[in-house]
Design a protein around this ligand. Structure first.
Ligand SMILES: Nc1ncnc2c1ncn2[C@@H]1O[C@H](COP(=O)(O)OS(=O)(=O)O)[C@@H](OP(=O)(O)O)[C@H]1O
Length: 258
């Protein structure tokens, strides 16, 4: 959102909350795009149909990262607001030997395939673009060039719009037209993650593996349908992927190989 505030094609953006409709969206000219960001929409069962009813031609962007890291990030956000038990105790029912606490929202949200399936029941795959969150951090301009193509807007974002690793030594900051540098919120982004016990990480990776594989296949369908990748290239990437890794093990690897 911050990056696209620079883009000449996009002047209107709004973080619209649940239940609000077209009349509450900001007005835009015919050559502008209106961008709305509500992460919670992805996992809300009634939202895909509601968005479709608002505009069946809506283009939808989804930013994903490794669901294990995502869960830890979510936990850090909760921990910044109120006291919480250690991550390991939240993630596992009845102690570390127990079952994964799949209903804990931090874990449930990372079941991307499950949520995506609901959206694909309503919207065709060609209306989605899945942004690789890690690539967005490592190569923001390259990733956003793909987003520009998907949105059908001019290619504007360049490497020079970013100062890499200048926020907490890990994340890019935005270089505005006047040369000023804008980083995301110091207090709510890039929090230090706790060191999580290796056996719990291992259990979580195993838990997500079939879901990641399912999501990976959905992603192929989406990318082929939006022509962001040719079918032959994707087949090539997949066979290299299987040769190297056996089968996809986690989302980061999946994305890296795709
Ligand atoms: N440029 C830049 N600067 C800072 N942070 C960045 C950036 N790009 C991606 N990230 C990652 O965004 C993660 C936080 O996203 P949120 O879940 O808070 O996003 S949202 O506002 O709720 O949509 C945040 O997760 P944590 O590292 O766990 O804080 C970052 O990994």
């Amino acid at each position: 959102m911050q990056v696209y505030s620079l883009h000449p094609s996009q002047a209107q953006q709004r973080d619209v909350r649940r239940g609000e409709g077209r009349e509450l969206m900001p007005k835009s000219y015919h050559d502008q795009l209106t961008v709305e960001k509500t992460p919670a929409y992805f996992v809300s069962s009634e939202v895909p149909q509601r968005v479709f009813d608002l505009d069946p031609n809506m283009k939808l962007l989804l930013v994903v990262r490794d669901p294990v890291t995502r869960a830890i990030s979510d936990y850090c956000q909760a921990a910044s607001k109120h006291p919480v038990k250690p991550f390991e105790r939240m993630a596992m029912e009845n102690g570390i030997q127990g079952q994964i606490h799949a209903n804990w929202s931090a874990i449930r949200i990372g079941l991307y395939a499950q949520h995506m399936a609901r959206w694909l029941n309503v919207f065709p795959p060609s209306q989605f673009y899945v942004v690789d969150g890690q690539r967005l951090v490592d190569h923001p301009a390259a990733e956003l060039t793909q987003v520009e193509k998907f949105l059908g807007i001019s290619s504007f974002i360049r490497d020079s719009h970013f100062r890499l690793r200048s926020f907490k030594g890990k994340f890019p900051c935005l270089v505005r037209e006047d040369g000023s540098v804008h980083c995301l919120n110091e207090r709510s982004k890039g929090r230090a993650h706790p060191v999580v016990q290796e056996n719990v990480l291992h259990r979580l990776r195993k838990f997500y593996k079939p879901h990641n594989e399912r999501f990976f296949n959905m992603r192929i369908e989406i990318q082929v349908s939006t022509s962001t990748i040719a079918l032959d290239d994707m087949k090539g990437a997949l066979s290299r992927h299987h040769l190297k890794l056996g089968r996809p093990s986690n989302l980061s690897n999946d994305i890296e190989q795709s």
